[in-house]
Design a protein around this ligand. Sequence first.
Ligand code: F6P
Length: 363
Amino acid sequence: MKSLKRIGVLTGGGDCPGLNAVIRGIAKPAISYFGATVVGILDGFEGLVEGRMRELTPKDVSGIVNLGGTILGTSNKGDPFHFPVETPQGIDILDCSENAVRNYRDWNLDALIAIGGDGTMHIVDKFTDLGLNLIGVPKTIDNDLSATDVTFGYDSAVTVATEAIDRLHTTGSAHHRVMVIEVMGRYAGWIALGSGLAGGADVILIPEIPFQWDKICQHVLKRGKHGSKFSIVCVAEGAKAAEGGLVVREQDSKRTDPIRLGGIGDVVGAKITEISGLETRVTVLGHLQRGGSPTPFDRILASKYGTKALELASEGKFGHMVSLQGNEVSSVPVKEAIVKLRTVPPDSQLIRAARAVGTSFGD
Ligand code: F6P
């Protein structure tokens, strides 16, 4: 067992329900069991570069298991190796990793636990190579990190999206409309698939299965002929037509991932009306699926992840990420976790179940 006197913790990338439960899972035992000081780094890696932190007291981490967001703040623009610096000429992207290493050393950290998605895990890997003691905790509503069965936050996002689909059903059915709902997920269709299956969507469009416009329209028109005069179409923001590309809302070089997806829902709604003549309405669920309280599943998973991350730090298992395998939380080398994104296998049981109950993927 390594003696842990000072443990850093930060949350990176987009916020996600369950972040505070992880922080609590690290800080409570760190303080009470190890007698350690927990250094909360503010606004993700941005705070590590800029030297912003505050020590967390037991009071700071009490009563936060059910709290959304993150008490530490976060940022998806703070990659130390690709750091945006404002100059009179505009934005320069610089390597500021030396500042981060200096602050890590000045703060006398024995370990730093970074909670984040794949962008954060790439940074964890680079600092591990530079000799810092980092541990990763996989977070993201997108559920797109490989080497773990599930990321915390996904269950909460699917719960919100499912409730939204349930609500859209009533209006769709009352007005005989096609209700399109665009959900998040980046380049993976997990949220659309999970919520679409749970909410009984008639069409689910995901990045892993490029769709054809006529197949979608045939499906909703056929439903009409069989008496169902409305349809629910659940579209992942990264979904794309077989002949077409991603719909991008914005490009921002300051972000760890410069591409901000969004807008496919409107494209799908307009095209269905154009081809089928049916009335459509589009809902973009947006950040509602990332906000608010984590579900009990995510609170439990996040607590297991946080406490396990501290255990890994005490064992000196740096460069590892906690990972759910079956019901047990264990760990994997971060290098293995970042090789590729975990997307939906098109022949997975979830897809087969959805097809079996009559869902179209537009293919
Ligand atoms: O990765 C989480 C996520 O919510 C994605 O699903 C989405 O594409 C992106 O973040 C949105 O980022 P932002 O909050 O910066 O708009």
